[in-house]
Unconditional design. Structure first.
Length: 277
């Protein structure tokens, strides 16, 4: 379903492969390997810089195994995490076993169709923006603006930037099986880049069963591309950050701009606010 050759040859980047890929990937990976205490602290710091009040309601889209959502609940926030992958949701629900200063709720659902109660001060979309087509992204951005985001609130979205994935075209990384994760196997991770459609294709191939290879496809956006995507969604760019550095860009730009930090980054974080607020 999500074999990289079929993705590359057909150009079919619809999002119908997502659940299959991440369900199997969850078996291979266990809890998300990129979650870390340092990343939780960084994300908490962003929210605390933007809001000095404690009673925030936060929506975490594509919350994965839930550790970032739990860290926000530990900080006293009311957090709702939405995740499609049943394997990740199994890990996430284990985090509900103890009480926390803030309320923590997990919902297993597709965030393109999920119905949620109320609105949120902050909507986060860490590392999942770009799945599916441009139309899919616009649909989600419209839902954030028109359904979920409170007036005066903001969305924090990680956006993949084209330069670095393009430089890693053809790269192969060997990954050992994770000893504490049943179902984990030795893998080869291969990177492809579709220069026409600006998509990073990330293939995971079991060494012993290469025929079971799966791939995810992520649309990469320059800031200028993102501005075009946002038109008509009800959202606008408030700020762009790389790591902890705020990038000052002339958006929309009418002059040449060279930003070395952006050229070296896999992704940048964009703060979005409602246009009518």
């Amino acid at each position: 379903m999500s074999n990289p050759k079929s993705l590359l040859n057909s150009g079919n980047y619809a999002s119908d492969w997502v659940k299959h890929f991440y369900t199997q990937a969850g078996i291979w990976w266990g809890a998300e390997p990129h979650d870390s205490a340092e990343e939780h602290i960084r994300r908490l710091g962003i929210v605390r810089r933007l809001f000095d009040k404690q009673n925030l309601r936060i929506l975490d889209l594509g919350c994965g195994s839930g550790s970032t959502a739990a860290a926000f609940a530990d900080a006293g926030y009311d957090v709702v995490g939405v995740e499609l992958n049943p394997t990740d949701m199994m890990y996430a629900k284990k985090l509900l076993d103890r009480s926390r200063p803030g309320k923590l709720t997990f919902i297993e659902a597709d965030f393109y169709t999920v119905l949620l109660d109320g609105q949120f001060d902050v909507v986060t979309w860490w590392e999942g923006f770009g799945l599916g087509s441009d139309a899919d992204q616009r649909k989600m951005l419209g839902r954030i603006a028109n359904e979920w985001l409170k007036p005066g609130g903001c969305a924090l979205v990680d956006v993949y930037f084209p330069a670095r994935p393009a430089r890693h075209e053809g790269e192969v990384i060997q990954l050992n099986a994770l000893p504490d994760v049943p179902g984990s196997v030795e893998m080869l991770e291969k990177s492809y880049y579709d220069v026409i459609n600006a998509r990073w294709i990330d293939e995971w191939q079991p060494v012993k069963n290469p025929e079971n290879a799966l791939a995810q496809s992520l649309r990469c956006y320059s800031p200028a591309d993102l501005l075009l995507l946002l038109e008509g969604t009800g959202l606008k760019v408030q700020e762009i950050q790389i790591e902890d550095e705020t990038i000052i860009l002339d958006l929309p730009g009418d002059k040449i701009q060279i930003e070395p930090a952006l050229l070296e980054a896999w992704a940048y974080m964009v703060q979005l606010v409602r246009e009518n607020c």
